[in-house]
Design a protein. Sequence first.
Length: 171
Amino acid sequence: MITQNIGTGRWGSAARQRLASTAHALAKRSSRQRKRAALAEQHRLHFDLLCRAMADPALAAVLDTYESDTPPERQRQYLFANALYVNALYFHRIGALSLPELYGHLRVMSRNTIFRDYWAATRHHRESLPDTSDEAALGEMMNRLVEEMNKLVEEHDDGDEWWVIGQPPDE
């Protein structure tokens, strides 16, 4: 009788461990799904607010935190540039773009003069980010792209060789 109980106890212990492991995995998956849903909702709200600001100069004035006077039309362009940049970051954060793929999208964005102007006008926004944050690292990657594109345009007057700038990051 005692030997049978010991054997049954081992099976019961292994089953409890597997059950606990499965419950932990499900909880972790559920947590990731909640985080992803919250990120999607935050992204949707951010985009909605930017759209409202682009459509209404009175609302866009609230977002005018540039260090120089920015005409309303240019400010709407900057808001749109921000929406494009944040959209690319969002796709990276949810796993739809790898870091090298994000880099490729950002490199294409850096071709546009208005986007580069927006990036320069908002540099002080990124200065307050903690150096260890993902956003600071991605901002630094974008800084290097913009600097290299500006240099290419200065040297060649056209930037037609944009695909050669920068070194894509490893995964």
